[in-house]
Design a protein around this ligand. Sequence first.
Ligand code: ARG
Length: 461
Amino acid sequence: MTLWGGRFSEPTDADLRALNDSIGFDKRMYAQDIAGSMVYAQAIAMAGVITQEEADTLVKGLQTVLAEFDAGIFELKPGDEDIHTAVERRLTELVGTVGGKLHTGRSRNDQVATDFRMWVVDALAGINRLVAQLQVALMEQAENHLHTVMPGYTHMQPAQPITAAHWLMSFFWMLSRDQERLIAASQRASSVSPLGAGALAGTPFPVDRAFLAEKLGFERVSQNSLDAVSDRDFVAEALFALALMGTHLSRLAEDIIIYSNPNFGYITLNDRYSTGSSIMPQKRNADPMELTRGKTGRLIGNLTGFLSTLKGIPSTYNKDLQEDKEAVMDSIDSVNLLLPVIIAIIRTLKLNPENMRAALTEDMLATDLAEYLVRKSLPFRQAHHIVGQAVQIAAQQGIGLSRLSAETLRGLSDLFTEDVKAVFDFDASVARRKAAGGTAPDAVTEQIALAMTWMDDHSAS
Ligand code: ARG
């Protein structure tokens, strides 16, 4: 029943099959597996292992198998241990004994490493496209809120006024690095072709490995067959890129959860992307954001879990490596579920500039007040101390900083004059931070222009 049954006198135990079989998930690689086999048939014909006629028969048969998978009518049979076995079994049914020649010089070890590299490249390309859409959605919202001023936080405590555009764009740049990492992970996956490494020692047939590599979209051939069959660095790198992106999405989610809380009221999620409570009629929950936060735990778990798998395995292929597929597929599936919803949430997010402005308090201008003294040549440290005293007095009197009397201020420093009133202006505070990368509308306009250039440089990659 199995491909390798010859040396056994008893059939494999059913419980072992359930544990051992990977067809349940690796059937998702059917297109890559069949593409690899078509090119391999050609390569062994070129090497004189089979005739060109036999190769043509194999390729035709493989086309039929592919069509069956594409149409969803491929029938799995007991003994179809994994995608490689299933394809070969069906091929042999279709073309007869010549089907048994396809595997000459090849092992499932170099085959699976090749297939999965190709699968990861395709899967990451899909994620790239979604991330780009999210980046565009953030830029578009930012463009509409260049002059919307909101509280900025450090330590989750009110810190300084910022523009909402600047807040939104901060996530653009996190995602830009994520994109770069996803692209790098994809390049790593397609950098070398393991095909022709055989089980571990290489192939004894003169197959043109460079031809195989080129036809399957790899840059070059692997240089060490032992390494080639067990190298899953590309898997760990893909898992890391996805986990770190998840971490960024989770932080965005956390901001959205907090800012949409009615006690903040800075933003409102569109009804289509909010959920209610079965008991509390007033509730408007941000479940998709909580799920983003929650699923990030899986993404990190898939990375750390697979690294743990890798660290213990002795040289070359060991069955532990079969764990690579479910880890990556789960991370890819999770991100593919999350991103369309997150994109839609950002696109439809309603910002509430009045609530943001209402939450601004004058103590957020304390730094500006210190800077006022600095402009009058006071060393910043002294200015910081004097304004600290002003903040304390204002708090004692239960008033805002701007309402401190001229005498009180002059008591702290004679550098305070009438023009100090101009400090207490949130828009002016924001506008002053116009050095590159600052929160001023002018700087953010420049930032968005650079973001667009970044998008142009990284599109379609
Ligand atoms: N299903 C296996 C995997 O995913 C394919 C390779 C099996 N190789 C072997 N020698 N049993 O890793």
